[in-house]
Design a protein around this ligand. Structure first.
Ligand SMILES: Nc1ncnc2c1ncn2[C@@H]1O[C@H](COP(=O)(O)OP(=O)(O)O)[C@@H](O)[C@H]1O
Ligand SMILES: [Mg+2]
Length: 260
């Protein structure tokens, strides 16, 4: 198997009396797409928020490329090469597409006195246009348009482009195809495959099992705050995965005709 990008051991996280994560453990490797599945409330979002620095763990250990890592802020995660696209997308609706693509990391031009470091607008536009061309939406989108004028799918594409731009080792997507149209969904799935081809590791959360079978190499299933099952997609069947997610046995699922 290729090099380990991230490993989580015995992750625990509570919100008051709610134990969102209990002893969750898993590992991720270079060049693989991993689907994180589980019912609502299973702890999927909490798990990725702990890796991305939104909700630091109460206890447990994160290893990044084999070395123990402390992730207590979004900046910590980004510095370790982890880019996350949250469910509630983290774009600034009133800023332009170009600004959003480089939010917090805009190219700067050193002024004569070196006092001001204003945004290098020309460079920003150029880089944004190049990036939009690369993700195949340049024809439709103007880098100067504010993000609030975009559809859900276009926003998702911008967020993904941003992650690609910074060549993160690990890209995490929380329900990236939620509320997207068919064409937009396909474009997101295509991005995920492209990122794998470029050697990134992609971890994505979804409720659409067909998307999992379309792009994922591996499946991690969570139930009640723990990682309870893992599958290699090539060897997995739909009913076994559904059974792992819901806790119902395969025979019951077959009787109920839930195999879509
Ligand atoms: N910020 C929070 N404050 C309080 N409880 C939370 C918070 N985030 C998540 N939880 C709780 O933690 C549990 C796991 O939630 P979550 O990680 O969002 O699950 P999933 O993404 O699998 O649906 C749920 O019971 C949820 O209500
Ligand atoms: Mg969630």
């Amino acid at each position: 198997m290729s090099a380990e990008v991230l490993r989580l051991e015995n992750a625990q996280k509570s919100f008051g009396s709610v134990r969102a994560l209990k002893r969750a453990s898993f590992s991720l490797h270079e060049g693989e797409v991993v689907a994180l599945l589980g019912d609502n409330g299973a702890g999927k979002s909490t798990l990725i928020k702990s890796i991305s620095g939104v909700h630091p763990l109460d206890s447990g250990q994160i290893y990044v490329r084999g070395a123990p890592a402390t992730i207590r802020s979004a900046r910590d995660a980004i510095e370790l090469g982890i880019e996350t696209i949250h469910q509630d997308t983290s774009l600034a609706p009133d800023l332009s597409i170009a600004r959003n693509l480089f939010l917090g990391r805009e190219p700067v031009k050193l002024s004569f006195l070196g006092v001001f470091a204003p945004l290098d607008r020309a460079e920003l536009r150029r880089a944004a246009s190049a990036l939009l061309r690369r993700v195949g939406i340049a024809k439709k989108l103007d880098a100067d348009a504010p993000v609030r004028t975009l559809s859900g799918g276009e926003r998702q594409s911008i967020a993904i482009s941003r992650a690609m731009q910074f060549a993160a080792k690990l890209i995490i997507l929380d329900e990236p195809t939620n509320n997207l149209g068919l064409e937009e969904t396909h474009s997101v799935l295509r991005f995920i495959k492209e990122m794998r081809e470029a050697g990134h590791c992609v971890l994505f959360i979804t409720h659409n099992i067909h998307h999992v079978f379309a792009v994922a190499d591996r499946i991690i299933v969570m139930r009640r705050g723990e990682v309870t099952a893992e599958f290699v997609v090539a060897d997995a069947d739909l009913l076994s995965v559904e059974s792992a997610i819901t806790g119902a046995d395969v025979a019951t699922l077959m009787r109920e005709g839930k195999s879509h």
